[in-house]
Design a protein around this ligand. Sequence first.
Ligand code: B12
Length: 289
Amino acid sequence: MEPVRALLRIGELSRRLGVSAHVLRAWERRYGVLDPARSEGGYRLYSEVDEHRIRVMQAHLRRGLSTAEAAQAALSEAPAAVEPSPVPPGLPAAVKALARALEGFDEASAETLLDRLLTDFTPETVLRDVLLPFLREMGERWRRGEVTVAQEHFASNVLRARLAALTRGWGRGHGPRALLACAPGEQHDIPLMMFGLVLHRNGWRVSYLGASTPMSDLIDTATAAPPRLIVVSATDPAVLDGLEPDLLRLAGVAPLAIGGRGATETVARAATARLLDGDPITEAERLSA
Ligand code: B12
């Protein structure tokens, strides 16, 4: 797999360096120590040269230089001194590389790429900026007949297994508990798994029932040990047809939210449920905040 340059958003750069995004922006503005490119969507994207320059600046700050002096010293160092990072791929390039590996049934390369991504970026970034675009593009290409069912199944299974590995222990801890299930007949459980992962990273405990869960089982499970939140996921709007009375009963047991493209405002209102209409990562972060 060819190496590709890492380009980071400000949040990712901030996490790597332990410097707040606010301070980084101030240093960029005042001293010009950061020289970001722009993504298609207009986001600032920082390179490993930027990261290195801040590390140099931090070293000078630790030696007692003022911020302005440290910035000057970092700027006067030749960028050639930067060791190229051995691993981190840029995120749009990673989506393409993942597609190449998975569509070529090359599990080893896909796993290596995912290892590299998860080392260099937070799981939230990998999920939101690599796996979600990859899944959506794969769906589109499958619809157009450019990806076979075999390729799609292979890719889904590799990714699902990888996500499942990250879920170990997500039911442990002392945080509030969320009960997650796909609606009856709904097989798309990968987004719900992503949602649970991000909830857990924000302190929640997750009880996960997965794909196609009968409503009666869900109601019984919730009633036996009421969670802080129940989330029902549906990709196909048809799977929620006629389920409003069951959903309403569920909402009587614990606060209920519904997500996925099958979850509509109408169903949410009828079931007194909260509608999660963003992507699973953003919605889990929003709920936790
Ligand atoms: C992987 C996949 C599968 C796998 C699922 C594996 C698994 N365990 O999850 C399998 C092979 C099982 C599968 C089966 C089918 N699939 Co499929 N599948 C996909 C694919 C490629 C990715 C799904 C995914 O994870 N997407 C990632 C999610 C996050 O993206 P999203 O769906 O756009 O969701 C948005 C929001 O709704 C929200 N969201 C979604 N879920 C959740 C959950 C929560 C909690 C929250 C908060 C938010 C949220 O996030 C996104 C916004 O950013 C999609 C393509 C696509 N566009 O998604 C097709 C797709 C969803 N599948 C489709 C179809 C047609 C099917 C089948 C009917 C095919 C068939 N003939 O058998 C079956 C249906 C099975 C069933 N009864 O449920 C269609 C659905 C068309 C429609 N009606 O809208 C799609 C869109 C493909 C396409 N382009 O036509 N599929």
